[in-house]
Design a protein around this ligand. Sequence first.
Ligand SMILES: *Cc1c(COP(=O)(O)O)cnc(C)c1O
Length: 422
Amino acid sequence: MEFASLAVLSGLPEDDPHHAVGLPIYAAAAYAFDGLEDGAHRFATNQGYTYTRIQNPTVAALEARVAALEGALGAVALASGQAASFAALLALVRAGDEIVASPGLFGGTVGLLNQVLGLFDVRVQFVPPEVDAVRAVLGERTRAVFVEVLGNPSLELPDLEGLAELCETSGVALVVDNTFGAVGALARPLEHGAHVVTHSLTKWASGHGSILGGAVLARETALWQRYPQFAQRDAQGRVPWEEFGPRCFLERVRQLGLSLGGMVLSPFNAYLLFQGLETVQLRVERASQTALQVARWLGEQPQVAWVRYPGLPEDPAHPRALRYLRGGFGSILTFGLRGGIPAVSRFMAHLRILQAPNVGDARTLAVHPWTTTHSRISEPARRAAGVGPEMVRLSVGLESPADLQAMLAEALVKLEQVAYED
Ligand SMILES: *Cc1c(COP(=O)(O)O)cnc(C)c1O
C-alpha cells in the first residue's frame, strides 16, 4: 500500500470485540493473566500485555502505524522527542564509547549528548554531516553517527546515502532525527540506508501543537551483530542478537527507555498522534505549497536580505532536497532582514503571526532563533549551526498564503518607515 492508504488504514487493531471504526483508548495500567503459566509466558517472552509501562494496545497501534509509514521493521513510541533520542542513544552505547554528531542538531539533542551521555563517559565529536568530515573522526569505539534529516534552522540536508554507506562499512549505526521528515510524508531516511530513525511526534505527527510524543524506528539490518551489547551474553545469560535477531535494537530501546527508564507515552496521546498521522501528508503538502509561495514572495521584498527554502531552485540545499524529499519541500523557511537585530525587533513587534518555538503546528509560527532557541549556545556555535542575528524562522501552517503574505507585509512595511524617518 502507498503512504496515503497506510496513513488511514495501518495500525488499526483487528481484534476489537465491537469492530470499532477507529482506535480504542486502552486506559489500563495492567492486564490480567489467565493463570500462572500465562503470566509466566508473557513475562518471559514480552508477548501479550503485562503492564502499560512496557506496552499498551493503543500505543502499539501508533507504533505499527509509524513503522508502516516509514517502511521500518518496527517502532517504539515514547513520551517525547527528547525521550526518543535518549533511548535510542542509550541502546547504542556503553561507557567509553563515542558518538559523532552534526553541530547543527536540535539544542535539546546537543544538551543530551554533552550533559547526559557525558555522565556515562560517552564522548561526542561534532563535525559537519558530510562523508569526509565524518570519516576523519570515526574511531574504534564510535557507535553512532547522529544527524538530522533537515538542519534546523540551517535547512541543510546531509548526504544521507554517502553517510549510510560509510557507516555500513564501518559497522556504525547511522541515526537520523527525522522529525522534519514528518514521519515519512516528507522524507524516509531508512530507505536511503539509515539504520535508526528518531522522531519528535510533537511536531508534524501531532500537527496541532497540542501534545508531546516521540518514537524510535529501525530497519532490518545485521549491523547489531557488531555491537557487544547485542552479540555477547548479557547478565541474564542471553544473547540479544540470537534471541531477537534484527529486532534486538528495538527490544533494547523498549527495555531501557520504557521498562526501566519509564519515559512512557500516555495512551491518550498515542490516540491523538494516531489520528494526526491520518492527515500528515495532506498537511505537509499544503504547507509546502504555501511555504514555496511565501519564500518566493519574501525574496522579492526590499527589506529582506536573503531567503532560505530548499524548494527554491537557487537554494544550496535544492539538489539534495530533490533527492531526499518527497511531496514538497517542507514547511520551514528562514529569511534575513536588512538591519540586523533592531530591524528584527521592530518586525516582530508588528507581526500578527504567532511567535513560538514550535514547528509543524497547524498555525504558522515565527521565531528569532538567535535570541530564543539558540540563545544559550556560544556565538561561534550559533553561527556554526547556521544561525545569524538577522534570521527569522517561519514554520508555515495551514492559513491561506494571501493572509500570511498580508501579515508579513504589514510588519515589513514598518521597517521601510524606519528607513524613511531616518
Ligand atoms: C522538537 C524536536 C526534538 C525534541 O522533541 P520534543 O518532543 O520536544 O521532546 C528533537 N529533535 C527535533 C529536530 C525537534 O524539532
